[in-house]
Design a protein around this ligand. Structure first.
Ligand SMILES: Nc1ncnc2c1ncn2[C@@H]1O[C@H](COP(=O)(O)OP(=O)(O)OP(=O)(O)O)[C@@H](O)[C@H]1O
Ligand SMILES: [Mg+2]
Length: 361
């Protein structure tokens, strides 16, 4: 096992720079997810760790060793891709043994390694089958088996579940997490699915346009996003974001477009009139009688476990609320929603940076 240190890494393809100084420290044994919109550079960064792309500037170390100029097969990493492409003419056992054979491992030792990995992944009954005789989830497990038999210092996964249907994804997600708890191998896992990122990771790296927006444990990112990008990217349904300004009249409040106001924590030190964006997670909104944000109900979606409401503020901004209680709403009616001051996020209206609130300390 090993740590991975990514220090001020840049990547250009020709004249186009697509990674602009990325630094991430991954501890030995940690499970880290790289998440971000399509094209932000996740796969490129992962491929640089694997040695499949050259590093334009900066350095990557695996354990104590700087690997900038180390060949992929010397790096002691195993990568699982989205298109895991098993060899169709080889059985499951042969697919898994292939890399060991290339390394010159003896037959008995290779058999033992394959068997151990097959046991971990529940593949023992399938060892003699060919890939075409497997379901999508079983094929994905074989692809992981190929990585496990190599007993690498670091696992690299690039969206390994994106070809699977929704139910299987959830199951495989739990399996990969359990596997990591057993093997404790340092893992870097790329996904653009923020739920996958949240549920699997010890630490999430949120990327956007070739830079790192924030690094932290899942719940820290959820509870204290550093900026508007992370606030809107992490969480589903997304955080409600309303534009307005600070109004100080004795105690501070937020004044939104359309004239409503929301009381804020009194220790806040943002000047009167400052343009801000107010953030409230859908599950933190509560119904209130007379105070709060007036919202016109547009769509009501009962899912059984909760009721999701989509509405509009007087300023025309969309707002989503999730209730555990079974309220009944009528489209077109106006209700009022509030949130506790401690659960309200504030971001600078221009830079998008988070204002530190009392709950942050
Ligand atoms: N070999 C290449 N030559 C030129 N540009 C490339 C090359 N590989 C990637 N890029 C560009 O680099 C940027 C980042 O690509 P990358 O594949 O790392 O994104 P990603 O975050 O993995 O996206 P996705 O979620 O869609 O997989 C993209 O704009 C892409 O077009
Ligand atoms: Mg990618």
């Amino acid at each position: 096992m090993a740590s991975v240190a990514i220090g001020e890494v840049y990547k250009s393809f020709g004249a186009v720079e697509i990674l602009h100084g990325v630094s991430v420290n991954i501890e030995d044994g940690e499970f880290v997810t790289l998440v971000g919109p399509s094209g932000c550079g996740k796969s490129t960064l992962l491929r640089m760790i694997a040695g499949l792309e050259k590093i334009s500037r900066g350095q990557i170390a695996i354990g104590e060793r700087v690997v900038n100029n180390v060949a992929p097969k010397e790096r002691d990493v195993a990568m699982v891709f989205q298109n895991y492409a098993l060899y169709p003419h080889m059985t499951v056992a042969e697919n898994m043994a292939f890399s060991l054979m290339l390394k010159g491992v003896s037959k008995p030792e290779s058999d033992a390694g394959v068997h151990r990995a097959a046991e971990i992944l529940g593949l023992v009954p399938l060892l003699a089958r060919y890939p075409r005789q497997l379901s999508g989830g079983q094929r994905q497990r074989v692809a992981m088996g190929r990585a496990i038999v190599r007993d690498p210092a670091v696992f690299l996964f690039d969206e390994p579940l994106s070809n699977l249907d929704a139910k299987l994804r959830v199951q495989m997600r739990a399996e990969i997490k359990e596997l990591h708890q057993r093997l404790k191998t340092t893992t870097v896992y790329v996904t653009h699915d923020q739920i996958e990122a949240m549920t699997m990771a010890d630490k999430i790296v949120v990327m956007h346009d070739g830079i790192v927006e924030q690094i932290g444990p899942p719940l820290e990112l959820y509870d204290r996003p550093n900026n508007l990008f992370v606030a809107s990217f992490i969480g589903s349904p997304a955080m409600n974001l309303l534009r307005g300004e600070i109004a100080i009249d004795g105690s501070p409040s937020f004044r939104g477009a359309g004239g409503f106001s929301v009381p804020l924590a009194s220790a806040l030190s943002i000047p009167n009139g400052e343009p801000v964006v107010l953030g409230i997670r859908p599950e933190h909104l509560r119904l209130s009688d007379d105070q709060g944000i007036p919202v016109t109900v547009a769509v009501v979606e009962p899912t059984g476990s909760e009721v999701q409401l989509i509405g509009r503020t007087a300023g025309g901004e969309e707002i989503v609320a999730n209730f555990r209680e079974r309220h009944s709403f009528t489209p077109g009616e106006t209700i009022r929603l509030t949130a506790e001051p401690g659960l309200i996020h504030l971001f600078h209206g221009e830079t998008g940076q988070r204002f530190q609130t009392r709950a942050d300390q």
